[in-house]
Design a binder for this molecule. Structure first.
Ligand code: MF3
Ligand code: CO
Ligand code: CO
Length: 279
């Protein structure tokens, strides 16, 4: 069982009104944290496993099958997206101008120059680990590589400031500052989220904001940060035909990186850390 704490947060508004919100946020117990560590490592290990398969000529449908089989048969775990609110596949594959929630398909074949996001969420022993990374397919143009790199820096800069007392506004601000100072834009319609036994829990973690505003982080909170950064304008478009695929409105490129994080006494633990990362 997790403990829910009550938090009050002051939200400055554009008028002179000062609104106080009340919200219940879960603080994980040591037993729950142990389970989140395992789920997180399984999710990151799936991303590590799939890397060698991401090359020109393979379909995103095939990448989905490989991840599904690995999660179910090797990890003895559950791919959380499958049937989640009707999502039809086990991972999300978001290619080039797709921002998020791309549906794997046998007819979507990777080609040199593509940038591909794979988003993996594994549920093990009742707890979730949620992470995504960008893959460069073949030879990728410098402008696209730069978007991918700056987006990863947005995530890393946010992770760097995490500790008890940091606010959600601090996280949003540091991401927005880095993206916009590189002339990119921050997607606003989709955000990070609390995570644990619930896949998408409170609080919402926005990737833009003002320092010192919003919820203050406390030891034992677990949530994701998942900046979606566009090369052009921030505006999004939802594909009405499939109900899932979110693209940039101007069809320019988008990149996204995600980690599941635990607030510790003096910083944070990256629960979905990959071995190539040195947090
Ligand atoms: N993994 C995604 C996230 O980062 C959510 C996937 S939505 C689903 O929150 F419907 F595909 F599961
Ligand atoms: Co997420
Ligand atoms: Co995710």
């Amino acid at each position: 069982m997790c403990i829910k704490i009550a938090v009050f947060m002051h939200c400055g508004t554009q008028s002179d009104l000062d609104i106080t919100l009340f919200m219940a946020i879960s603080i994980k117990t040591p037993d729950e944290i142990a389970k989140m560590r395992i789920a997180g490592q399984l999710a990151s290990e799936t991303l590590e496993m799939i890397g060698e398969h991401v090359r020109p000529g393979i379909s995103t449908g095939e990448l989905d099958r490989i991840c599904h089989d690995h999660i179910v048969n090797v990890q003895k775990a559950i791919p959380a997206p499958l049937n989640y609110n009707g999502f039809p596949k086990s991972i999300c594959t978001s290619l080039n101008h797709v921002i998020c929630h791309g549906i794997p398909s046998d007819s979507k074949i990777l080609k040199s120059g593509d940038i591909l996001n794979i988003d993996v969420t594994v549920k093990k022993d009742g707890y979730h680990g949620d992470t995504r990374k960008m893959f460069l397919v073949g030879e990728v143009a410098p402008h696209a590589r730069r978007l991918v790199q700056v987006t990863q820096e947005c995530l890393y800069q946010a992770i760097d400031i995490l500790k008890p007392g940091t606010t959600l506004g601090d996280i949003g601000h540091i991401i927005q500052r880095h993206a916009e100072s590189n002339h990119y834009s921050v997607v606003r319609e989709y955000c990070g989220h609390g995570i644990g036994a619930v896949f998408h829990d409170e609080p919402q973690v926005l990737h833009y904001g003002k320092p010192g505003t919003g919820l203050e982080l406390r030891e034992g909170m677990t949530f994701t940060i998942e900046p979606m950064i566009n090369a052009g304008s921030r505006y999004t478009k939802l594909n009405k035909a499939d109900g899932w695929t979110v693209t940039t409105k101007d069809r320019r490129l988008s990149a996204q990186w995600e980690h599941t994080l635990l607030i510790t006494a003096d910083g944070c633990e990256v629960l979905t850390r990959r071995s190539e990362e040195s947090f």
